[in-house]
Ligand binder design. Sequence first.
Ligand code: CS2
Length: 471
Amino acid sequence: MTRLSNATLDQLPASVTRPGYDRASVKAGVVHFGPGAFHRAHQAAAFDTLLASDPRWGITGVSLNSTSVAEALNPQDGLYTLALLEAETEFRVIGSIQRVLTGGEREAILAALAAPATRIVSTTVTEKGYCLGADGALDLAHPAIVADLDMPQTPKSVIGWLALGLAERRRQGLPGVTILSCDNLTDNGRKLGAAVRAFAQATDPDTAKWIEQEVRFPNAMVDSITPATDDALRARVAAATGLEDAWPIQRERFTQWVIEDDFAGERPELERAGVTFTRDVHGFEAAKLRLLNGPHSTLAYVGLGLGHASVAQAMADSRLAGFVERLMREDIAPSVAAPAGFDLGGYVGDILARFANPAIEHKLAQIAWDGSQKLPYRILDTTRDALAAGRPLDRLAVPVAAWLRFIERAAASGSPITDPLAGRLLAAGGAWCAVLSMREIFGELSEDERFTGAVARAHDALADPAGYELQ
Ligand code: CS2
């Protein structure tokens, strides 16, 4: 089968949407760290829409830790197919990524970061890519940060790379850029900015000062459910496009991107691609992290315990769907300070419908990754608010207890888990009390008996998940 590329774009059937612009005239304007599935499903699709009216925002992807995206996309001139999953799936070929660099290509990455035309540097490197401590500040003892502080000219972490790239822009007398975090962290832009400045402060204080003045780090909320690529998708894409695509991507049709209106210099007109710019992203961010990601992790850990494999399957289990809806409406929604005019009840209803979408097979195992990094933003912040307001913790303790059970099961069966703290989580057979005492995950909650007591009760009750009444 012929491979997707610039040369074969014309062979696509009319039913497949293709870049509505001349790719040869696109100029590079964005450098993106972490061009994985979520970036390609979400931000790269928005830039693809924007390119139809403004060719200055082509994307250079940078994969620091793997060569697989570069190997899949570069032979395809950066092109890939995005499947928008609905009862009727739409296939769209995205052309905004021009090339993908890998971590070994130091000079090319540095040149891209320090190119005069680069005005946005964005990231989807997941929570763990930020190398933060429990207090949300850069962890200077993190092995990747220790290594980069030692050799700042050959960084391995995103933080080290951003600091080096910004130092190079300053050295060349270039203007600052906007560093746009697109990860699922509360206050993502602020945290990234503080981390990069802290790194620069330790290596190059003049650059730290320059960053403070010339570089902006807007907060942003990103949302679109993006199940991992599987062979079924590859086969569907091949059938629909008639071309071989080494790495197609799938997502739900729904997508939302809310960005704080705080840019260094010109801001791309992403409104044309449905993006919302606002002065304050906090409310949107809290609503999404707490009401979508929190319940997602709940469905993952409780659902896996009940033998379910996908979100839609877990939602078809009325006990679990009912529990998650009560958790959202009664326990989480009261903690969300939504923006003015935001219909929280409607938002909850829409999320439940998105979870139940039978056209999407989103694996619970995928969501279960990196629990130690995700739960603090997704559940523990809500728990702190509930404690402060004197609201009950019983339901909020269930996802935490189900995560502890998930670790115990993995330890007992000797199966690996994907988590940067896996070694420590699985030590001592995954003993739940030991995990619950890890302050880098739970902070002061580890010592709050109201919290530990509620988790202990939920943990007991989940001994037999099938028999447990999810109230
Ligand atoms: C999910 C998210 O994998 C996960 O942890 O909760 O990736 C979720 O699908 C996205 O944040 C939706 O925008």
